[in-house]
Ligand binder design. Sequence first.
Ligand SMILES: NC(=O)c1ccc[n+]([C@@H]2O[C@H](COP(=O)([O-])OP(=O)(O)OC[C@H]3O[C@@H](n4cnc5c(N)ncnc54)[C@H](O)[C@@H]3O)[C@@H](O)[C@H]2O)c1
Length: 361
Amino acid sequence: MLKLGILGLGEGRSTMSAALQSPKWELKVVCDRNLDMCKHRAKEFDFHQYTTEYSDLLNDPELDVIAIYTPDHLHAEHIKQALLAGKHVVCTKPLLNDLSQAKELLEVSAKAGKKLFVGQSSRFFEPMKRQRADYEDGQIGDLVTIEAYYHADHRWFLEKPWALEKSFRWLYGGLSHPVDLVRWYMPDIEEVMGYGMLSPNGVKGGLKNEDTMHFIFKAKDGRIARVSGVYTGPVQPVLRDSEMSCILRGTEGCSQGDYMDLRYAITTNTGEEKVITFEHKLKHYFRFEGKSHHAGEYQNYLEYFADCIAQDKTAYPDLKEGIGTIALLNAMEKSLETGAPVKVADILQQHDLAELQGAAV
Ligand SMILES: NC(=O)c1ccc[n+]([C@@H]2O[C@H](COP(=O)([O-])OP(=O)(O)OC[C@H]3O[C@@H](n4cnc5c(N)ncnc54)[C@H](O)[C@@H]3O)[C@@H](O)[C@H]2O)c1
């Protein structure tokens, strides 16, 4: 069994649950610089090996993997330290919130010879897993276009002090989900354009950057896709709209993975129409109160990562694919600033990352 340490125990709570329930992992130690948070989680899970010092995880020779769930702007530094300490790394989304340390991370990771896996939870959610399997099975024919979005009433998130800093952007924190879903199917996005604004509720809540955004992508082969995100206002009932959705339109069929209600719908290449909900999996995905946690997805991705480590295979999204997604998000940011289309290749070149052009699964 692989030995895991977790850094950051807000969202890291779901990872604690995932690791404690997984037969493939032994949770060895957890870390949060806030002692009260450590004590709170220790009580919640009856798991008492905690520390407030990240260096205790880095210097623990028995740890195989460190899982990182600190605020977005700290990921780059925490990943670097873990790789330098000789650990494999899982880092939650967004992998980074700018590209300033991307080149350095590629170099550190190549030297360390350790794996970095991006915890893109939505890929590991039941409807999205089923959608991918049906797509690979040819049930919608060739993919023509994608529409993906993530809209949520995240006004509660504004209680976190780092959400009100200039460095926090919903573009990275929220849209990294639908953008990753698009790149899962259409890795080579060449150009993007979009508009964004800070909504009246966002202004009132103290947000500094756009919380309302719509974008159009063009892939190298000419196909197009669209993503959007709205984060500081009410959403429709989930029966009608699922907060996060991914729609694939193909030459012979069409499918939709919905986050809320664990719902999946497809019209197949034989004309069959199916709407599936995964009632028997509800307890795996939603194991605490409410539906705003991700323990089931994290357990799925931790087990996938454990298998990749055991078989010495690349776990996707890896560092290269993850940085490619951040470069696309960076191009989207530039398009918001300039009001003009932006080429991802230009962003990669500006950051000395031209080697990553087209890098994906
Ligand atoms: N679906 C998903 O994959 C998903 C969902 C929610 C959040 N997240 C990600 O998880 C990350 C954390 O978000 P959150 O909502 O838990 O934030 P949070 O502020 O609630 O929790 C972050 C924790 O990290 C701790 N921390 C900060 N700096 C530290 C340091 N240097 N050493 C040790 N501990 C430190 C803080 O004390 C805090 O408890 C973000 O990157 C967010 O985008 C991912």
